[in-house]
Design a binder for this molecule. Sequence first.
Ligand code: IVH
Length: 667
Amino acid sequence: MSLDKEATKKKLRLLIDKINYYNSQYHTYDSSKIDDFKYDKLYAELKEIESQFPELITDDSPTRRVGSKILTGFAKVKHSHPMLSLANAANFDEFSAFYDKTHLDLKQKKIQFYAEPKFDGLAISITYLDGKYYSAVTRGDGQTGEDVTANVKTIKSLPLKLTGKKIPKTLVLRAEVYMTLNDFNLLNEKLTKENKKTFANPRNVAAGSIRQLDPNIASQRNLQIFFHGVLEIDNSFTNSSQSSSLQTIKSFGLQICTHNKVINNLKEAKDYYDSINSIRNTLPYEIDGIVYKINNYDLQKIYGFTSKAPRWAIAYKFQSAEGLTLLKDVTFQVGRTGVITPVAELVPISIGGVLVSRATLHNMNEIIKKDIMINDKVFVKRAGDVIPEIDRVCFQQRKKTTKVIMPKLCPACGTSLVKISNQSIYKCPNELTCEPQIIQSIQHFASRKAMNIIGLGESIIESLVQNKIISNYSDLYSLKIKTLMSLDRMALQSSTNIINSINKSKNISFDKFIYSLGIREVGVTTAKMLANHFPNIKDFINSKKENLESIKDVGPIVAENIYKYFRSKQNIKNINKVRKSGLSIVYENLNRSGELDGSTFVITGTFEKYSRIEIEEKIISKGGKVTSSISKSTSKLLVGKNPGSKHEKALELNIDIILEKDLSKLL
Ligand code: IVH
């Protein structure tokens, strides 16, 4: 080799190591050590040299992640160690039986376990030879799998060359390829826009992408990988336990799950399960249980394997957040504003430990989109504290079904329903006497962010309306303790408390009163804006549409809703009645220049010193806005204890994060 070429080779080596280092910092350790511009420059330089000297290109060059070749098929590869499955425990009794049995069988008083989340991804066997990425093989039938080396190579957090000390000659690893929920949702959104079929879950995308013949597809999917097992090793790899092995491979640059933990007794095992289960919905990826492995390799060896699975490990599964059940019927519910919502009536089924017998179907469009029919078997999902939903129909089991038809008349009051513009939304226009509408409007009026009438719960309002004691919110102010006591289960003390809190609500700030009225699409923020704009209720009631539209955040639809609301004689009558019964509106007319004007906030987690409502109110009073989901336009995320997935999303979108300790400064 000429001297020149020798120098180029060296330069290339340096360049590759540098770029691989930045890649690994970014993709494996979430830490950016170089700005995009400089990175792109290095990458361009590498490509330039490689195009001039193609014979110097090495396999670990970052330009080689996506091979240009489209494969004709996947070669079959025999596993050096069979890829087994895991025994399952469906509940704590089964888990503790396993735990006890290991101690008994192995004649040990105390066995240490290593606990890891069980990723819901695609199992893969990965081999490094002399520290270089060599192959990736799917599980297949456990004995023989398919060679997916080229596709797995596109995963950016997978090191093409291991770093660190004492790297063994041969390293056979077990890993899981997965996709984050965020990437999954983005992908499905994109597919929907392109009118293409969407994926059912992230696992299917990971599996589908790895089994594509064109590695470009896997490369575009932003797949991730984590390692959970070390198999073939040589003398230089001296770890004697699962925990230390994983720490060692971590030092080689391989990604392991950050939640893994050494477990010393049954209580710790259960606590770990509970704690991971409680943050499960906030993790950026899907997991379906915890894997417990005997930590010590010698003990693992003694205990050995059954034909299917290791005896030294168990997967203690989380309760499924999905269930299959029969859709018996679809009923129709009337909401506060008269909107009719179809509701699925199900054969009760336990999902994630909660019995579900009804699920929202949102609107007719949703039913058509998912092709849901009465008498279908349906998959019902419950994610976190979200209302149960029908995810999809099990079409294989479809037999005799009937179509869901929107009724012509309101199921509560019999009034003819009207279709709202071209949306598939239907409404009962009888807002004055349709019972569910009345009940829910009063509930809204009494709710915490509105008049905050403590103690006046849903069931009391329901009884009051059903017994024709009240017919709108203004009637609350003429209620007597005696009348309340005449209701089921109402004693003197609770009735007195309610009357006291009704009286207390008589001094109310203008914005809260506006919000209480329940004008369509006038939420807390808009109500604040309106209260800031109008000097008093009279001016607000008499405002012209143009005037309303000139207010920040009030568009033509909201303006129309407000205008229409005050053209109803009954609405005006109600307002006058509450004012006569002593309601006094407090006009703060803030009108100060909002320090937080134009800023949008999202809140996640719990706070020690403030309640959520306090924080929201403060922000709004300073001209800021509070929304429930993170997007690019969010200005800041306020993070309390046990934050949800919003925290991860904010980090991804580079949104400013404010912790409780800095909150007082902001507020
Ligand atoms: S250990 C001998 N650890 O679950 C098998 N497996 O149901 C030892 N999985 O095929 C597997 N997360 O693909 C192990 N932390 C974890 C895991 C995990 C997911 C998968 C793995 C395995 C399947 C068994």
